[in-house]
Design a protein around this ligand. Structure first.
Ligand SMILES: Cc1ncc(COP(=O)(O)O)c(C=O)c1O
Length: 421
């Protein structure tokens, strides 16, 4: 069936709320390439929104899932357990940058991991309040939306949201918020909205994803940790987008010299198979009573097999080094365009979690149109790019770290042409 006919069927059969970026339909994919139903090839710099750090259908992931599929696909871990769950939990307990004894619980989506991190923090502290940040994104469930600091399009028409969630300012010097102002905005919440002794947790993204790929400054994270320690508040690092090698470290919190109490992860954890996790200090993770955590599909054996293969691919194929190498190459290319393209306001990001922000030439006003045009031009030439940022003026790059060198080069040429056009 041709794409136009499929689009018509889509419009008739599915709600417009499920917004769709591309007007072609996927037929098959391998590593960093997707082919549509018409046979046209695209280079995938979106990775299904940060899910494919190890690419489409990595050989090891495909083999591990096929092997598991021949054994069993589902028992529900809470009914009949399996070793894979414990295997991957043990690995993540070691890999997570949280000192001491850790424990891991698995879920299915990023939002579900965030929801459960909040449940665990509340159970461990006996307190209700949660502080999140402007520009943060934590998912589309009711608590996920409550925590998210971006109204359009995520929250419009969906309230009321769970109570006792408060937003402070995320430090963002480019947009006029200093580290001091951000930390001060938390102190203000303690004065205006909720006493510190009723706050269970502060949740933040070490690198804001949907919000625009802004990395939390080290001094700020240290300040946040000090605030948490002073008031008995737990720190939750949401690494759903930044984790699993994207930033050139296994977890983004490894860029800092302080540790969170709980860490959420999903997306690139299993190369496209739906799974998420909360890893945290054992004493905190053990707060909820038996039966309080879990879910029918939580810790699917197929996704766990994929996750195990992803962890070994990251390690064996040295994908942390590769993230840093490819990220540096991309940054250099973008910096090289600055003289010619005055709309480039900033090029940033750790490892391969890179973004370019566009402002109107010669001003500080966000230029969402420019970002959109770059995305459209790139797509016409066969390169899939994603936009992010509170003002919609940021192009972010989430290519597979396993991308072949020549395909990466080809993509950079398409990107340069799209920006120049
Ligand atoms: C930091 C962060 N947290 C949570 C989520 C929600 O994850 P999911 O869409 O898998 O529910 C996302 C998704 O983009 C995210 O980037």
């Amino acid at each position: 069936m041709n794409p136009q006919e499929l689009m018509q069927r889509k419009a008739n059969a599915t709600p417009r709320g499920v917004g769709v970026m591309c007007s072609f339909f996927a037929e098959r994919a391998k590593n960093a390439e997707i082919w549509d139903t018409e046979g046209k090839r695209y280079i995938d710099f979106a990775g299904g929104i940060g899910v494919l750090n190890t690419g489409h259908l990595h050989d090891k992931v495909q083999a591990a899932v096929a092997e598991q599929l021949n054994k069993f696909s589902h028992t529900c871990y809470q009914v009949v357990p399996y070793e894979l769950y414990i295997d991957v939990a043990e690995q993540l307990n070691k890999l997570a940058p949280i000192p001491g004894e850790n424990k891991t619980a698995f879920y299915t989506t990023g939002a579900e991991a965030v929801e459960n991190a909040v449940k665990i923090a509340r159970a461990a502290t006996g307190r209700p309040g949660i502080i999140a940040f402007g520009g943060g994104f934590h998912g589309r469930t009711l608590m996920g939306m409550a925590l998210t600091g971006k109204v359009a399009p995520y929250k419009i028409g969906f309230g009321p949201f769970p109570s006792d969630v408060y937003h402070a300012l995320f430090p963002n010097p480019l947009h006029g918020v200093s580290i001091e102002e951000s930390l001060h905005s938390i102190e203000k919440l303690f004065k205006y909205d909720i006493e510190a002794s009723r706050v269970a947790a502060i949740i933040f993204e070490p690198v804001q994803g949907e919000g625009g790929f802004y990395q939390a400054p080290a001094e700020w994270v240290r300040g946040l940790r000090a605030l948490c320690d002073a008031h008995g508040i737990l720190m939750i690092a949401d690494e759903v987008q930044a984790g699993f090698a994207r930033t050139g470290k296994f977890f983004a919190m490894e860029h800092y010299d302080v540790a969170p109490d709980l860490l959420t992860m999903a997306k690139s954890m299993a190369g496209g198979f739906p799974i998420s996790a909360v890893v945290g200090r054992a004493s905190v993770m053990d707060a909820p009573a038996p039966g309080g955590l879990g879910g029918t599909y939580a810790g699917s054996p197929l996704a766990l097999a994929a996750a195990k293969a992803v962890i070994s691919a990251i390690q064996e194929e040295k994908l942390l080094e590769r993230a840093n190498k490819l990220g540096a190459q991309l940054k250099e290319t973008l910096h090289g365009l600055k003289a010619e393209v005055p709309q480039i306001a900033d090029v940033r990001g750790p490892g391969a979690m890179i973004a370019v922000e566009f402002n109107k030439a010669g001003s500080h006003d966000a230029d969402a149109d420019f970002a959109k045009k770059v995305q459209t031009k790139a797509l016409e030439s066969g390169l899939i790019l994603l936009i992010c940022g509170v003002y919609g003026n940021v192009v972010r790059f989430l290519f597979p770290l396993t991308i072949e060198d020549e395909i990466f080069e080809e993509a950079l040429q398409k990107l340069v042409a799209a920006i120049k056009a």
